[in-house]
Design a protein around this ligand. Sequence first.
Ligand code: IVH
Length: 780
Amino acid sequence: MTDATRILELRAELDQHNYRYHVLDEPSIPDAEYDRLFRELKALEADHPNLITPDSPTQRVGNAALSAFTQVRHEIPMLSLGNAFEEVDLREFDRRVTEGLDLPTGDLFGSGAAIHYSCEPKLDGLAVSLLYQDGALVRGATRGDGTTGEDISVNVRTIRNVPLKLHGSGWPPVLEVRGEVFMSKAGFERLNASQMEVGGKTFANPRNAAAGSLRQLDSKITASRPLEFCCYGIGQVTQDIATTHTGNLEQLKQWGMPISRELKVAENIEQCLEYYHDIGARRTQLPYEIDGVVFKVNSLAAQRELGFRAREPRWAIAHKFPAMEELTELLDVEFQVGRTGAVTPVARLKPVKVAGVTVANATLHNMDEVARLGLMIGDTVIIRRAGDVIPQVMQVVTERRPENARLVHVPETCPVCGSHVERTQLIKRSKGKQTVSEGAVYRCVGRLACGAQLKQAIIHFVSRRAMDIDGLGEKSVEQLVDEGLVSSPADLYTLQFDDVVKLEGFAEVSSNNLLKAIEDSKRPSLARFIYALGIPDVGEETAKVLARSLGSLQRVSEALPQVLTYLPDVGLEVAFEIHSFFEDPHNRTVIQQLLERGLQLQEEGEVHPEYAASTTLAGMIAKLDISSVGPTGAEKLVAKLGSLNAIIAADGIDLRQALNTRQAEAVREYFKQPHHAETARAVEAQLQAFGMHWASEKKAVEGLPLAGQTWVLTGSLEQMSRDEAKQKLEALGAKVSGSVSAKTHTVVAGPGAGSKLAKASELGIKVLDEEQFLKFLASM
Ligand code: IVH
């Protein structure tokens, strides 16, 4: 096949996948395969630039920036819609339509010939016109004032679901498609997040984001924005398509045009109202924002008969939903203290009804957000309720700022306990350099001495997915703390009947039930217990990973941050949180007390073999973040020098055998600092204690007496610790694994050995008790 043929084939295939994805919502290949085809086409086009056509799917990337948009006259004006807010407005519209069509109105005898309406969501974006000539997109334009808009052809071409070429055949030679360009809620969130990251402009709502993205003189920016198109009608056209509005849309869909999935036909105005209520109930769950629904007389003949009044069609109406945004006044900013001590600003607002719900408070997230909004107390602000989430302050109306507006200050002391409030620091490590910058979060340093943190910590500790202590609600926790009966989670385990029965709402039976629930919580799994501790940023998933990989509270609490980063989904920041939590003397005391008061952690055991196998010396060196030394450099270093000690001790000449001069210099500079070498050694020692094997040491194993054998240690040993036994076996060349399989050579079983011993006998594997094991070691 020639490249030219393959190019055509790829374009047709990509178009088809685009259509299935964007219009039919039935993708038939995974995204990765699409990307592969796309890259293949791009590469072929790069080889043959003369074969690039404007309708190729690779051409949605934007062009050189324009200095201004040119104006476009709409052959057929782009109109707006009349609005209905209440049911009566809609019934009035139906009456006008019926009368306008000279049909009998529905009467007592049911002789009314009902009118069919198309029902569509009213997307909150911008109206655009797309002109197709002989099936090819030739122009895109904004609505403008309805008569004259702007030519945004290059921009609309970057929108993924706008067909550059119509599918199939039979389309009119000239076809103007109209619809809405919008941004999904998810796209909007993503865009704002990335804008915030790069310090760019954020948008107050998806509509503004869509408008700001579409009207860009630099179409490359448009191309990078998650815009979508939805077709809701036609403008000029050289021949009729169908006899109804929905017939038109269905045909356009066949030609590759995205239309609403919510499109329906109502057979009378009652069904329109049902549609309005149904969509209204699902409004917050829809992936895009809508401000109402649109009803259109479905028969095109009837539309023509009804015609227009001023700038609105008589045959269509928008039935609006209550607004999701309102203006109100910021009365004050108060600070709340959360479980981890984060002191967060909360907006106290002059109560305002937003889409039927009275809003008096809104979260402000953190002080960076306050700064970003430029918020001052006394300001008029735009409040937005997006779905069921907590209302948000979107924007300040600066023009309305009163003269006595006040700056927002973080309190220096905790509003609950009076402890010092500290600004958190962000530790970033890159290219061997550690930079510390000010974080957005302020924290009360009071920890469990702060009533707010203590209460939240206990509420979290007893919650269902943590220690699952039933019967202890928020109110009772508050009371226990306020009356000084509980000053740490460990104190729950010293509560007596007399303490509990005094609490509000407790009687004899409920007190006994609570004490029993506390007693029953004493054997949590390791994962539950870690989660219950409430370590910042450690959710259930991370707790499970920690428990499963490291196998014991001891190892979790001793693990160095760098060692923790080997665990799936544990980044350096979380690793530091975990490490510093267990370093904190107060936390250690509480954990100690919990264990002394009868807590017995379940499922403690070995380091997971997969975790042990996930570490390599090169991987560890790459993690040190030595400038210009990435994974490949680290691999080379290890291949040449073999061990961490050799790398630390190496001089420039040794290092240059593996690396280029710049890298070699960087490695030497790095390890010249004693604390770097020390940390690296500590990390290595701990990883080895946790059971990993460096690749280079595996080689050295050859020739040792136990090379190639896998041993398993189970139960408790009396003469030596399991770690010692393991080291001895490894020194002899054995691999020590956490689980018994057919490949296991020998199992050493101490008292208390359970399932592993059983499995060993089942598989007929040799088993040694401690005494036999010691004798064996002595004989080696
Ligand atoms: S029909 C002559 N259908 O609402 C009819 N408009 O207030 C013209 N809109 O400018 C519009 N979804 O931007 C129609 N399904 C829909 C719509 C819709 C959103 C917007 C459009 C129009 C405005 C009219």
